[in-house]
Structure formats: C-alpha cells, structure tokens
Design a protein around this ligand. Structure first.
Ligand SMILES: Cc1ncc(COP(=O)(O)O)c(C=O)c1O
Length: 446
C-alpha cells in the first residue's frame, strides 16, 4: 500500500465516532463546517476533520479519545493555551453573575482603557463580535473620514469574510474571492503587492480616490508572509503625505509577539488598527481603534454618524472579562514571549534547512511564533511568496494534516502557532514527525 492509502486507512479505521459525526454534519451544514478552513482540506483526499471534545494546555482530545498537540490554538487566539486556569476562573465568576445584558459594563471600559494605554496609536476603540466586523467598520470609517471611496488591500491579505475586503486573497488572484460579491472595480477595492516597488506608484496614481490602505504586518491567512519593515515605512510615509489613512490589521499580530500591538515594536504607527483573537481571551471579539477624530465619527449622538457597532453580542461581558484577564497575564509574560518567539524562529530556520537539504516540496513561512507550512506541487529553491501560493498543492497539504493527525499533532495551515504552553519537547516531537513524513508526502502522486 502506498503512503497515502495507508495513512487514510489508518486514520479512518481509528476514528469511527468522528466519521459518524462527519457524515451527519455534511447533511446539515454545507461542507460540514462553519468556517471553510476547519475541514483542513481533508474531504479532498477522502478523510474528514476530527471532532474535538476537550482542550487543555497544549492538547486537544477528540471524540475517539485521541490526544493531540494542538498548534491551531483556536485560530491563533489561545496564546496562553487551552483552558488556562486563571482565564477559566474569570469566565466562571462572570457566568455566576449572568452573561449577556446588552448594556454597557465596567469590563468594557477597562478593556478599552487597557488597549488605549498599551498602544499609542489607539485613542479610542469600539468592540464588535468578530475580526471580520472590525475590518468592515475600519474601512467604512476611513471612507467617511476622507470622503474618498477606494480601499487598497494587499494581495494575499486576509481580513475576514465581509463583502468589503474579500478580494485577491488566494492565487490565481482573479479579483473577488468566489461568487456572490461585487467585482472589485464596482466594490471600490484595489489590490497591491507587498514588498514590491510598483506599489508606491500604484498608490500615488490612485491617491485622489484612495480612502485607506489596509495591511497586516505579517500576511496571515494569505500564507504567513512577513511584510518588510522598509515596505511598511514606505506605505506609512506615502499615506501620510497623500491624505490616505493607514489601517493595520493586527488581528493575528496584536499581542502575539510581545505585550501590545506589533506596530509598537515596528515603530510604524497607523491611523487605525483592527484587533481580535488574543485580546478576547479566546471568546468572540473584534476591535477597531485609532485616532479620536476618526473614531468619534462612530458617536451615535452625531447626526451624520458612521454606523459602527457589533450588533447583539458586541462587547460581550464574557469576552471583555476573558480578554482583560488574558492581557493581565500577558503583561507579566516577557520570558514566555521570548521563549516562544525564539522557538518559532529556530523551528522555521531548521525546518527550511531540512526541506532544502532534502529537496522536498515544502516550505515553512511565518514570523517568530506564527508558523505556516506550505506543501507545493514541486521542489523550488527559495520560492517567493507568489511562487509559493501559485504552486500550493492542496491535496498534499491535506495529506500533511492527515499524517500529522495520525501522529497526534493537530495543526492548521501546516502548523499554526507556538503558544506559551508548547514545550521544547512538544516542538522536538513535531520537528521529528515532520522530518519523518515530509519525504513520503513529497513523493506522493495523487
Ligand atoms: C488578519 C485577520 N484579519 C481578520 C480576520 C477575521 O477575523 P474573524 O475570524 O474574527 O472574523 C482574521 C481571522 O483569521 C485575520 O487573521
């Protein structure tokens, strides 16, 4: 039996309960998932995702009772690991008091104060329920503030599911991602290439219409590609000069590499920032923040206000409390940040050295603790981000996730992220596993 067939048979035979639930799932939920990536591409190779019942520290346990080292960590939101005792205690205490009132609460003020105190570019913030909403509101506020209508986003930039920014995320970059949304020229969206000299001219040429440039300092869902500091500085200077707002989407990078937004380390401060994930402590959250003048347009007392809110569950009391407790812990976690960042950098370097030495169809990208592993259709030396996304081999990527699951490692986009709960031993085990499976996966012909 070849590697792929053997992995598939082992996977399916060992997981009857996940298989049964998956069969029920796909009958009721399109594709069986409520976020596209949660199927890990596994149906394309005849498999299915595992159904998780519990999480503790670095581990997840599925309904067939397999225990996995988890690097997906709740879409990167669980930097402290699963079920952190202090965060859990806080949520429990809040639960005792009732959990949704649809009113203002003290924790909302405290979390807003924490975010604005920690980050010089934030004078005011507004909470919503998801990152998707926060990027949607950020661009709306920018259009209102500048009176211009065009938004520029990075190719491969991922800002969530709203109609607003769902353009040129994935190769082959056909403009809008999928059906059901307006073509980019009708939607007021243009896209640019990061770390590319032509972008400067493109922004200059469109300055008259451009309300904002939105960019993640490390392109996340689009592939885990860091944007160079030089490029970010260039965009900052240019946008300032041309009266275009700069929005950093820090939904992944915020509080991931150190306490506070990544922009503080970069010393490049945008006009507006979107946040999510870690700052909600693993519960639903989106935050848009920035200069007071821009944010005040959201003030409901204004006749010509910009509608900016989060709906029924915005600033949910449990999210506010979990976020506050998480930030309180992170503030005292310099050592853990350093250890996790260094472990990520070492892992990225060593894995790429291995893939290159063995001439395998893999490359690891990312920054510090944020790690993506791409499986490609062929071996390429030193591929550019564009080579990588064009050569991505979806079935090979799915086989990677499957083979990792068979070896009790749960990742997404290859790996995902290192968190404070990942020990040197977890990481060693993961590296050894990748070194064992990368070659047979590379050689697999589907
Ligand atoms: C950079 C970035 N922006 C926006 C979003 C959307 O956030 P959410 O999934 O909370 O809607 C994500 C989510 O992965 C993200 O990584």
């Amino acid at each position: 039996m070849n590697f792929y067939k053997e992995e598939l048979t082992n996977f399916i035979n060992a997981r009857p309960r996940s298989e049964e639930l998956w069969k029920r799932s796909v009958k009721q939920i399109p594709g069986g998932v409520s976020h596209n990536i949660r199927n890990l591409g596994l149906p394309s190779i005849g498999a299915f995702p595992v159904f998780i019942k519990t999480g503790q520290d670095a581990y997840l346990i599925d309904i067939d009772n397999f225990k996995y080292i988890d690097y997906w960590q709740g879409h990167y939101s669980m930097l402290l690991g699963h079920n952190h005792p202090a965060v859990q205690q806080t949520i429990k205490e809040k639960l005792e008091e009732g959990w949704h009132f649809g009113t203002v609460t003290e924790d909302q003020v405290k979390l807003a104060e924490t975010l604005t105190n920690d980050n010089p570019s934030l004078e005011e913030v507004r909470f919503s329920s998801s990152g998707t909403e926060s990027t949607m509101y950020a661009t709306r506020l920018a259009r209102a503030y500048t009176g211009k209508s065009l938004i520029a986003k990075a190719k491969m930039g991922w800002h969530g599911y709203a109609d607003t920014l769902l353009y040129n995320v994935k190769a082959p970059f056909l403009g809008k991602e999928g059906r059901g949304i307006l073509p980019d020229d009708q939607a007021g969206i243009m896209t640019f290439e990061v770390n590319d000299k032509t972008t400067k001219d493109l922004i200059q040429e469109n300055a008259h219409d451009l309300a904002a440039v939105i960019i993640e300092p490390v392109l996340g869902g689009g592939g885990g590609f860091p944007v160079s500091l030089e490029f970010l500085k260039m965009i900052r200077e240019l946008t300032e000069k041309l009266d275009i707002l700069l929005i950093f989407d820090e939904i992944i990078t915020g509080y991931r590499f150190s306490y506070g937004l990544f922009q503080n380390q970069l010393k490049v401060l945008p006009d507006m920032t979107t946040m999510g994930k870690i700052v909600g402590g693993g519960l639903s959250i989106g935050v848009v923040g920035g200069k007071r003048e821009i944010m005040e347009q959201a003030n409901p007392e204004l006749n010509n206000r910009v509608w900016t809110g989060g709906g029924t569950f915005s600033a949910h009391p449990l999210s506010m409390a979990a976020g506050l407790k998480t930030l309180e812990i992170l503030k005292k976690s310099n050592l853990e940040y350093n250890r996790t960042n260094n472990a990520g950098t070492k892992f990225l370097t060593e894995m790429n050295k291995f893939f290159t030495n063995e001439r395998l169809n893999f490359i690891a990208t990312g920054y510090k603790s944020f790690i993506t592993i791409h499986a490609l259709s062929k071996y390429v030396e030193n591929p550019s981000p564009y080579n990588i996304v064009h050569l991505t081999d979806k079935k090979r990527e799915a086989l990677l996730q499957l083979a990792l699951l068979n070896r009790y490692i749960s990742g997404m986009h290859g790996i995902g992220a290192f968190s404070f709960v990942h020990t040197a031993q977890h990481i060693r085990q993961t590296q050894d596993t990748l070194e064992e499976i990368a070659s047979p996966i590379s050689k697999t012909i589907f």
